[in-house]
Design a protein around this ligand. Structure first.
Ligand code: FUC
Length: 818
């Protein structure tokens, strides 16, 4: 038996060891073997360029991306022949001739052979390592605290290390190869691309010049250049067009730049070679270590804004792929936390304030010439979902490329509005691409949805609500107003109830009449009504805050009051369509009618409990397991339904190996979400969902821990953002908040809802409407409750509501540590 003090020392050492392992595993993805395929490779990126690191032993592969390498060239998809047929489809819909309306739309409103251009890979950098035959102690990781990847192994007694990052400050991909014995680095580098290209050696630099693909009638016009320069310390260097050879060096460092001729969606006049050279030459003046330092510092400026700790168990010690396999059965709350932070890592790495493009269906990572759905932008859920985490997880400036895209679309969408609909303002359909197309794509069943402008504008308004940035609102007000003008001009009379409806439209990708010709084309769908209601409300509020357009704003309220209210149908569900066509056995992936619950703010448990109950019923009918993004949306929805355990159940469904749920959803070994195939929206949506479980601020107050699951009953989070510029730090244990601190950036009343009572000299019991303007609630029209067979009573957990007056730039401890 050891003496007591030695036992204590041993326990303390073990604790320290565990603490440091757990601190590391909170921010680390790691594996004990190379990637066997793309979905095992590790993503790095800086919002301009990106790479997937495979970590192969004999051959390393870095699959390369640059965010502006797309097929085709400047174009739009406006169909100049569409207008009369849109009018005819409308007329058929008035007569409720739904099948005929769909058939006419299918034959006359089909795309012009162009359904948008694909985002394409640049190519691959291969590094061959002859003699890597006897490897042991292999480890490959992605450190999301520093935004670096690495590979390490032992070969014939020599310990090798490879390090990778895509510099946030200098826009180069950096690779450093080292070993613990001098003269051990021997390898060959070469570049390859499946696109049209030439490869040359220019002054010792490997230079690949390529061209984006011709696609669906559009000539490939994006020119790009990849330059790789290798610096070796010790040993020898030789290069020709087949590649660069380094022999017996102590260290080899690669600097790689990629640039294109893309300036903006209508200008491709830049010189890619001089751009790529300029970037490379500038970076080359700096060492790997110096570049790494500025890179990580810039990255951490974003990443460190939120820290999250759900506690760790021994399950956290396993490799990441093993943790994914065990998540459903094991007790690994830290993996949920890692998944949350990985989503933030992906957003920081794919969408920087200066990025030319917003995050697409795959963020910035695509290994194909034509990825799934062209790896472009689907506006009827996916693009928006990508940006759900940005405000709430403290990354508001990362939405800038999305805002820029919305601005572009407000220009290209003018033609669609006027030529196809005879309307003012701007509009687009359910897809766009780098060229900012706005016409119908993929056929009317999917594509005849002209409400994307309203959804995109919600992000502009939310940015203002979170940041209070009035200059931002002033800048984007004309964009929001243009979308509202479009709807004023296109809303159609519905004669039975004297409503105004969007027609024709669809409830995204969903049919209400099955048959040989499935029918989706419809009028006044619930999501459209909610979107236009929200848009009109926000534009009117923006006009008021900017002290402008009073008459226009008042007219918007008149139109708004004529939109159809939400309806509860015969199964006690929130109707998806204007007629009660829903089926309780329908498990369609889109849950569009629940837009009003999330990301919208039109269904409140406190103000419309029966509607809230109906929304809940709809979600129960739809079921849990579905495509990745659909499950991610449902995490947010269950959080808004204040059911943390159901939300966590969906997280468990999502963090399971791909294929385990009968081919739907799941997570690849590299933590990428699976539709399947890989689609990044599910990652972002889940990050947002976890934030929604911990904090909500859309309904007139900040709700702290509104949907905490039993699995996360102890934890802490710092830096989550609430509307009105409030930053919230909190700790909880056994479902009780043990510390709650709010920082107020803008001042004003801070109204807090808690599931427990609190005392404090500044806390007052809340009364009346919240005086904080960023917390004005949306008063919806009374829903129509049709006869139904469900009890629409819901049990809402008891909670306490407090007001605390805050001043700008001050911090308030609301619940202090005992
Ligand atoms: C929508 C979804 C699909 C897919 C595609 C990119 O069309 O319905 O499931 O996510 O976007």
């Amino acid at each position: 038996m050891k003496p007591k003090y030695l036992q204590t020392v041993a326990v303390a050492c073990l604790l320290l060891f565990n603490t440091s392992i757990f601190a590391q595993s909170r921010n680390l993805l790691w594996y004990d073997k190379p990637a066997a395929n793309w979905n095992e490779a590790l993503p790095i990126g800086n919002g301009h360029i990106a790479a997937m690191v495979f970590g192969g032993v004999r051959q390393e592969r870095l699959q390369l991306n640059e965010s502006t390498i797309w097929g085709g060239g400047p174009n739009n998809t406006v169909d100049s022949a569409a207008k009369p047929y849109i009018d005819k489809v409308r007329a058929l819909l008035v007569k409720k001739k739904y099948l005929e309306a769909q058939q006419l739309a299918n034959s006359k409103l089909s795309p012009l052979g162009n359904s948008g251009m694909p985002y394409q890979l640049a190519g691959n950098l291969y590094i061959n390592f002859p003699g890597n035959d006897n490897i042991s102690e292999y480890k490959r990781d992605l450190d999301i605290k520093n935004a670096t990847a690495s590979v390490a192994y032992l070969n014939n007694g020599v310990r090798y290390k490879r390090e990778y990052f895509t510099s946030f400050t200098n826009n180069v991909l950096m690779i450093r190869l080292t070993a613990d014995k001098p003269g051990s680095i021997t390898c060959n580098f070469n570049l390859q691309s499946p696109l049209k290209k030439t490869i040359e050696l220019i002054n010792g630099d490997l230079t690949l010049s390529g061209l984006g693909s011709d696609h669906e009638g559009q000539k490939g016009k994006v020119k790009f250049v990849v330059i790789a320069r290798v610096k070796n310390i010790g040993g020898s260097f030789a290069a020709d067009t087949s590649g660069i050879a380094v022999r017996n060096a102590d260290t080899a460092v690669v600097y790689l730049s990629i640039a294109t001729n893309f300036v903006n969606y209508h200008d491709i006049s830049a010189d890619p070679l001089s751009r790529a050279r300029g970037i490379l030459n500038e970076a080359y003046t700096k060492s790997f270590a110096a570049l790494l330092k500025t890179h990580s510092a810039l990255y951490q400026k974003f990443y460190n804004r939120v820290t999250l700790d759900f506690g760790a168990t021994d399950a956290a010690k396993a490799a990441t792929d093993v943790r994914i396999r065990n998540f459903a059965s094991g007790n690994d709350p830290q993996l949920a936390g890692l998944y949350f932070q990985f989503g933030r890592y992906l957003l920081i790495s794919s969408s920087q304030p200066g990025s030319p493009e917003p995050a697409n269906l795959q963020g910035i990572w695509n290994g194909e010439l034509k990825g799934p759905w062209d790896s472009k932008y689907t506006i009827n859920i996916n693009t928006e979902m990508n940006y759900w985490p940005s405000e709430v997880t403290g990354l508001p400036e990362l939405s800038t490329p999305l805002f820029n895209m919305i601005s572009d679309l407000s220009v290209t969408g003018k033609e669609t509005a006027s030529v196809m609909y005879g309307a003012r303002g701007w509009s687009l359909h359910h897809n766009t691409d780098i060229w900012r197309i706005t016409g119908i794509v993929d056929g009317p069943f999917w594509g005849l949805w002209p409400t994307g402008n309203a959804w995109l504008c919600q992000h502009l308004w939310e940015h203002y609500l979170y940041t209070g940035d009035i200059d931002f609102l002033r800048k984007y007000y004309p964009v929001m107003k243009g979308a509202a003008e479009y709807f004023i001009d296109v809303l159609q009379p519905e004669t039975e109830h004297n409503w105004l409806v969007v027609s024709p439209s669809v409830s995204p990708e969903h049919e209400y009449l099955e048959g040989k010709t499935p029918v989706s084309v419809s009028v006044g769908t619930t999501m459209d009504n909610q979107l236009v209601y929200g848009l009109f409300t926000n534009v009117a509020r923006a006009a008021a805050d900017l002290n402008t357009d009073k008459i226009f704003a008042d007219s918007l309220m008149t139109y708004r009051n004529k939109l159809p209210p939400m309806q509860v149908g015969k199964y006690g569900q929130l109707q998806e369509w204007i007629e009660d066509w829903d089926s309780p056995t329908d498990h369609h992936r889109h849950v569009s009618q629940l837009y009003g619950l999330f990301p919208g703010n039109q269904i409140s448990p406190f103000r419309n409990p029966r509607l809230f109950a109906a929304a809940r019923n709809s979600l129960v009918y739809r079921g849990d397991v579905s495509t990745g993004w659909s499950m991610a949306w449902k995490i947010n929805l269950w959080a808004r339904l204040l059911d943390g355990n159901h939300a966590y159940k969906l997280i468990t469904d999502q963090i399971s190996p791909v294929g385990a749920k009968g081919g739907s959803g799941g997570t690849y070994p590299n933590l990428f979400d699976a539709h399947p195939p890989f689609q990044i929206d599910g990652n972002f949506g889940c990050t947002s969902g976890i934030a929604e479980m911990l904090l909500q601020s859309h309904d007139g107050f900040i709700y702290v821990l509104p949907a905490l699951p039993d699995a996360l009953q102890k934890g802490s989070v710092k830096g989550l953002m609430a509307r009105g510029g409030f930053k919230v730090d909190m700790e909880w244990n056994n479902h009780k908040i043990t510390r709650l601190v709010v920082y107020s950036a803008l001042g004003g009343n801070c109204r807090i809802r808690l599931n427990q009572p609190a005392v404090g000299k500044r806390l007052k019991k809340a009364s009346g409407a919240n005086t904080n303007p960023f917390y004005a609630v949306v008063n919806i029209a009374n829903p129509i409750i049709n006869p139904n067979d469900k009890n629409l009573n819901v049990e809402i957990p008891h909670s306490w509501l407090y007001d605390i007056h805050t001043e700008k730039n001050k911090t308030y401890t609301i619940i202090g540590r005992r």
